[in-house]
Design a protein around this ligand. Structure first.
Ligand code: GLC
Length: 638
């Protein structure tokens, strides 16, 4: 009885002194990151499962071979089943489709091939019922040359005259030449001569995508009104397309544009890589423009559940990417996309490379901001082709157990891979602007083929005699219907992962440690006061590996329980492993949980954890010792 009382008293003291003991953790260890969100409830997007839909290829409801809005609405329950928080749609606006919707003719109109405004409103309402947020693609850098604004600009209409970047060019030996050597992302000069206006216009992408002139306040306002139009309809935010391209340098005092310097090593003057893009990309004005857009979104946000958000597409150097989050006085994009797992990780990357890449984001990220992890999109070779289908599950495990939001490109929850497309079937302008011998290097068609719903005709995507891109040959095996039936399919593991994160506060709010446990084994530890610790381990290669988790991560319990497995494992959920000696089969990945919750404290400049079972043990010993002393004292006096 006395022991119990002493124990209870100590527990009470622990509670009282706890705030003093568990000070905020310092953020100076390279492998240790403090995230502010650990201190409060996360907002809807902070631990969100984002899913990109490429509408042309998701679901075709009217059998014309192209996906559409009614198709998406029809399949939103599938996203719900997966556990998706929000979906961002590649452009659905009126367009001649020179770049498959990234060439917009009317920013506030739905392209007939995708449906009508009524269809879009219906999609929003189905999404609302299912509690899935809809995010649109905002393409600020350019419009289509078939946009009314461009037509009027070309005709010299005073209101629109300076909506685009026009220049008469240079006269060299009496011959007219483009104003500068600037090259388009999709090959060739970025300047196009316009017969009507007798001037060149600038286009960073194909010539049917003239760049808007952001040095004109009217353009800035017109594009803000585009945001307002869709926000008023109830969209949850925007993915901002090609944001680093929005501004180019202003002409000099003589009205001329400077040439960009050469990139040594690239000898193809039509290739984008031929030049260093110091005047056309990442101009300082761009960041402030994103802050202005964020302010527009905030006009429409009604409380935390209704936060409207920006996801920014930028492959810029890390220091620039981080500025998109905002600064001390202005908020920016809530989630500038983290493409490091795409741009830095290859098939041969070892655990050290993974850890370095993950920590690069986490250690550069300003305090209080939210991380995100992107594995693929419609411009990149699919992750299954890039890093291997046998790594799909472990990569999904990684991105869902790291802090912050995860972003999945449609089909990658099934393990869809790139589909080879012949030159004849190639439609992507980025490839069509090249030639049959090099097009594969430029084409984005392989990752854009129709979604594989079933083993039926056209993979259940459509009943058209011809789909806009061919169906991938794997569709009989890699499809939703098949994978639903296999307990350890990519689809079912993905689903379990979404569920696990949604129901696990440690994964949503906990602190993070990322380490290469060996050259080939990556480990992520997530931990939190009064909660279970989670450890994700990935054996990236084909050797059997034995790791001592206690060597890398302090304060683990002796045993850890298996919470999630893949088909590379012989273990089952509910098995226990020894933290000191864990053998991993080739490409095996596991999510493990401590057998006890933790008491977290801060001592000698270090942050430590004590398993609660350990706290009780300690208390029992103290109580025993005290009662022993009492017995001694009593016997001395008796
Ligand atoms: C972005 C899009 C890409 C498009 C380009 C031009 O990078 O993701 O698909 O071609 O911008 O809009």
């Amino acid at each position: 009885m006395a022991n119990l009382a002493v124990g209870l008293m100590l527990m009470l003291m622990l509670q009282v002194f706890e705030p003093a003991l568990s000070q905020p953790y310092p953020n100076y260890h390279a492998d240790f990151v403090d995230i502010d969100q650990a201190k409060s409830e996360p907002k809807w997007w902070q631990t969100g499962a984002f899913y990109q839909i490429y509408p042309r290829s998701f679901k075709d409801s009217n059998n014309d071979g192209v996906g559409d809005l009614n198709g998406i609405a029809d399949r939103l329950p599938y996203l719900k089943e997966l556990g998706i928080t929000a979906t961002w749609l590649s452009p659905i606006f009126t367009s001649p489709m020179a770049d498959f919707g990234y060439d917009i003719a009317n920013f506030t109109e739905i392209a007939p091939v995708f449906g009508s405004m009524a269809d879009f409103e219906q999609l929003l309402s189905v999404a609302k019922q299912l509690n899935i947020k809809i995010i649109l693609d905002f393409v600020p850098n350019h419009s289509s040359d078939e946009c009314e604004w461009f037509k009027r600009s070309a005709a010299g209409d005073p209101e629109y005259k300076d909506f685009y970047v026009w220049h008469p060019g240079k006269l060299v030996n009496g011959v007219r030449q483009p104003p500068s050597n600037w090259v388009s992302v999709f090959r060739g000069s970025a300047w196009q001569w316009h017969e009507g206006r007798q001037e060149y216009y600038f286009h960073q992408f194909v010539k049917k995508q003239p760049d808007l002139n952001y040095r004109n306040p009217k353009v800035r306002e017109a594009m803000k009104n585009v945001l307002r139009f869709w926000l008023a309809k109830g969209v949850a935010g925007f993915r901002i397309d090609a944001v680093p391209h929005v501004f180019e340098i202003a002409p000099d005092a003589a009205g001329q544009y400077r040439d960009e310097p050469r990139n040594n090593g690239n000898n193809d003057p039509d290739d984008y890589g031929y030049l260093q893009h110091i005047y056309t990309v990442d101009q300082p004005e761009t960041i402030n423009l994103v802050y202005e857009w964020r302010a527009v979104l905030d006009e429409f946000s009604n409380g935390p559940g209704d936060d409207r958000i920006l996801l920014a597409e930028t492959y810029s150097p890390i220091d620039i990417v981080m500025q998109y989050y905002g600064n001390a006085t202005a908020e920016g994009a809530q989630l500038p996309f983290n493409f490091l797992l795409i741009s830095e990780i290859s098939n041969s990357s070892n655990a050290e490379a993974y850890a370095a890449s993950i920590l690069k984001w986490l250690t550069h990220m300003p305090q209080g901001r939210t991380a995100n992890w992107v594995l693929g999109n419609h411009d990149q070779s699919r992750v299954g082709s890039r890093l291997g289908t046998d790594r799909m599950d472990m990569l999904n495990m990684l991105t869902t157990t790291l802090p912050g939001a995860s972003v999945t490109y449609q089909g990658e929850e099934l393990g869809m891979t790139d589909v080879w497309i012949s030159w004849k079937d190639t439609v992507d302008p980025s490839a069509c602007n090249t030639n049959p011998s090099i097009y594969e290097h430029y084409s984005r068609d392989p990752e854009r083929t129709p979604f594989q719903w079933s083993g039926a005709t056209d993979a259940g995507f459509s009943n058209a005699s011809k789909t806009w891109l061919p169906i991938g040959p794997s569709y009989k095996i890699v499809n939703v219907e098949q994978e639903r039936q296999q307990p350890l399919s990519h689809f079912n593991i993905y689903k379990q992962l979404m569920q696990l994160r949604k129901t696990t506060p440690t994964l949503q709010l906990g602190e993070t440690q990322v380490k290469a446990l060996t050259r080939n084994v990556l480990g992520v530890k997530r931990f939190r006061q009064h909660d279970f610790t989670y450890v994700t381990v990935l054996n990236l290669f084909d050797d059997t590996e034995t790791v001592n988790l206690k060597d890398s991560f302090s304060d683990l319990t002796t045993d850890l329980e298996v919470v999630l497995v893949t088909d590379k494992s012989t273990r089952k959920v509910g098995d226990f492993i020894k933290a000191e000696s864990l053998q991993l089969l080739p490409k095996e990945s596991l999510i493990l949980r401590s057998t006890s919750t933790y008491y977290t404290y801060y001592a000698n400049g270090e942050h430590r954890q004590l398993p609660v079972e350990g706290v009780y043990l300690l208390l029992a010993q103290v109580a025993l010792y005290l009662s022993y002393r009492r017995v001694l004292t009593l016997s001395t006096y008796s």
